[in-house]
Design a protein around this ligand. Structure first.
Ligand code: FAD
Length: 263
């Protein structure tokens, strides 16, 4: 097996209280929030699938943040912790002092609800990214599969992978209107998979696309992100049926259909 050295870099974690500069409904199911503020100084997101932890105001409208200890995050006793969720820095412009985050408007949940109501001047606390992954740049091909929560990361991969990289991207979205123009190199093939009202948790569009991909020539890196059970099954399919080495797969559950289920 040829070695393709992907890297994972640890980054120092900072908590930054930022302000909403602009909020815009990008597509029917995606709210784009642009954040800024002096605290953004020093922020960096070198990797396409980096994530930050967003902290939202608690039910009392306050930010109650954890202290990071060697035993994990610890919240002040007796206080109501801020809800925290993971999001991809879609775009960072250090010169303009702006950080863009795209939120799927899926209905329920503190993050999705905050995003649809956000107005200029509202505060949000952004922590991280605490690590940054970079796939080796010498694979013969890259296959990216994800639902709409992975669209910000896929958009970044398409823009940031080597310009000549052979890339196939399969992007599952709620409907036709949720397509976005994406910047990409010459050897990129994008397929939009539209659910047309079918629930994201039980759709099979990504799985069908994966099984239909012909055995690619050469060494291929697979990146997968979507509902956690689906991501796990696609990883198993690649490892078990296609005999793809573990190191050539990065499959991540971006959300859980049953948030009480174990990982
Ligand atoms: C590394 C990483 C990067 C991520 N990047 C992004 C990003 O850039 N943009 C983005 O929108 N999301 C992203 N996500 C996914 C996001 O963190 C989850 O969707 C999160 O659960 C949303 O929080 P919430 O408060 O809105 O809903 P929660 O309180 O977590 O969940 C409430 C209910 O909504 C359901 N639910 C949660 N998410 C979805 C969904 N997408 N579709 C349908 N039902 C859902 C849950 O099953 C639950 O029943 C990322 C996740 C990870 C791990």
């Amino acid at each position: 097996m040829t070695s393709h050295p992907s890297t994972l870099t640890r980054l120092p974690v900072a908590f930054r209280q930022l302000q909403v500069i602009h909020s815009q409904r990008l597509t029917p199911q995606m709210q784009r929030i642009t954040l800024g503020g002096e605290a953004l100084a020093g922020f960096a997101s070198p990797g396409a699938d980096d994530h930050v932890k967003l902290f939202f105001p608690n039910a009392e409208g306050a930010f109650v943040l954890p202290e990071l200890t060697e035993h994990g995050p610890r919240y002040p006793q007796g206080a109501l912790p801020s809800p925290a969720r993971d999001y991809t820095p879609r775009h960072h412009d250090a010169e303009a002092g702006q950080l863009v985050i795209d939120f799927v408007v899926h209905g329920d949940g503190p993050a999705a609800l905050w995003a649809v109501q956000a107005q200029a001047g509202d505060a949000l606390v952004v922590a991280g990214p605490r690590g940054s992954f970079a796939p080796a740049d010498d694979f013969d091909g890259y296959v990216l599969l994800g639902d709409e929560t992975a669209l910000p990361a896929i958009a970044r991969f398409l823009a940031e992978l080597p310009a000549q990289a052979e890339v196939q991207a399969y992007i599952e979205i709620p409907d036709h209107g949720d397509r976005q123009p994406l910047e990409h190199g010459d050897n990129v093939h994008i397929q939009w998979l539209e659910r047309g009202g079918y629930p994201a948790a039980s759709s099979q569009l990504l799985e069908d696309a994966l099984t239909d991909i012909e055995e690619p020539e050469g060494d291929v890196f697979y990146w997968i992100a979507c509902e956690s059970g689906r991501a796990r099954l696609m990883r198993k399919f690649l490892e078990g049926h296609r005999q793809v080495p573990k190191e050539w797969i990065r499959a991540t559950g971006y959300w859980k259909a049953d948030p009480t289920a174990a990982d």
